[in-house]
Design a binder for this molecule. Structure first.
Ligand code: AMP
Ligand code: MG
Length: 337
């Protein structure tokens, strides 16, 4: 039996060992091109449920099922023309499509649909070809930013999972785009590393952002990607008065913690991420394009937690590629919902 309390975790670069761990009911943490995932065999319901315990994931939030090919998805789901076209054009890659489930043996957390994806990370394709479908959410404690660095997953998951696959780290930094094609409409459930406009171009059709109650992705309602510190989103750092808001925050902390010693200006730690940072401190992250912003955002937020940052300023992304996705993550992370 697996236990969440300190089990032996194998660190390996062998997809053979990772696959045999999956096939024998174990839990494996692995990198994909988007973020790290924590996975189990989709045919093993007990192991899939174990992932919820390890991540402290709300029990009604289903998992994405990872497949090695379109043919393998067709055996598990009812494929339709739009989905086939998207998989042919954009997979392997960072797109996840919700389809009606066909193969009852696959874990869907009680739903009649499956979220399916073909990752492009070569080691994971190799793993999936050996293990069969793997159900995997992002590898992070539920509600926190997803991990994009091996050191973070080793620190968090050693002693909690059976195996950590050591392969090339994610190159994108934000999760896949989730589209619902199970009901006749085309609905964007989660913006992601592939822009919705790219999907619209492939389909020659508009994607709806209006999610009806029956289509709601169970994961949407939960707290996501949030660091410990308060986050302030700023349209542009150009000429922005940081000091005024820093002082306001220090004063409001003072009035909240009347019995504690007030934090002095010198001990109050501020971190910023954005394009226009004039004199970056050791805590700041300067980015030059949206792709770089996407790549560094979670890593930056995790560093903020590790360094005990008190206040975070994030500049809004540039217009264009990944704007909708980065804004989605900033809005969720800062609002705590
Ligand atoms: P993650 O936890 O990062 O892997 O995100 C997976 C996302 O896909 C969550 O928002 C889930 O709610 C969503 N998802 C997975 N399966 C389904 C499904 N069958 N229907 C709708 N959304 C799903
Ligand atoms: Mg996640």
């Amino acid at each position: 039996m697996l236990s969440t309390n300190s089990i032996d975790t194998i660190l390996t670069d062998s997809t053979e060992i990772a696959a045999s761990t999956i096939l024998s009911g174990g839990i494996v943490v692995f990198p994909t091109e988007t973020v790290y995932g924590i996975g189990a065999s989709s045919y093993n319901f007990e192991s899939c449920k174990k992932i919820y315990e390890i991540k402290n994931r709300p029990s009604d939030n289903p998992l994405i099922v990872h497949f090695p090919s379109i043919e393998s998805i067709e055996k598990a789901c009812h494929m339709n023309d739009r989905a086939r076209k998207l998989f042919q054009e954009l997979s392997p890659g960072a797109i996840t499509i919700i389809l009606k489930k066909k193969d009852e043996r696959i874990f869907s957390n009680g739903l009649e649909t499956l979220a399916v994806r073909i990752p492009s990370h070569p080691s994971i394709l190799e793993l999936l070809n050996k293990s069969g479908p793997i159900s995997a959410p992002s590898a992070n404690p539920s509600g926190k930013p997803s991990f994009t660095r091996e050191e973070d997953v080793i620190r968090e998951f050693s002693g909690k999972v059976d195996c950590i696959l050591q392969a090339a780290a994610p190159t994108l930094g934000l999760e896949s785009t989730v589209i619902n094609l199970s009901s006749g409409d085309i609905v964007l459930l989660r913006p992601g590393s592939i822009d919705a406009t790219v999907i619209e171009d492939v389909l020659g059709d508009k994607i709806s952002r209006k999610i009806s109650n029956s289509q709601i992705s169970p994961g949407i309602k939960y707290r996501h990607y949030s660091p410990n510190a308060k986050m302030i989103l700023v349209d542009s750092f150009e000429g922005f008065d940081f000091q005024e808001l820093i002082e306001k925050e220090i004063n409001s902390n003072k009035s909240k913690n009347k019995d504690e010693l007030p934090i002095s200006q010198n001990h109050f730690k501020v971190a910023k991420i954005g394009f226009r940072i004039s004199k970056p401190t050791q805590f700041d992250r300067v980015v030059h394009q949206n792709t770089e912003y996407a790549y560094f955002l979670y890593e930056f937020l995790i560093d903020c937690d590790n360094q005990g940052i008190d206040l975070i300023f994030c500049e809004r992304p540039m217009p264009g590629d990944l704007n909708e996705t980065i804004n989605n993550r900033l809005n969720k992370a800062s609002s705590g919902v």
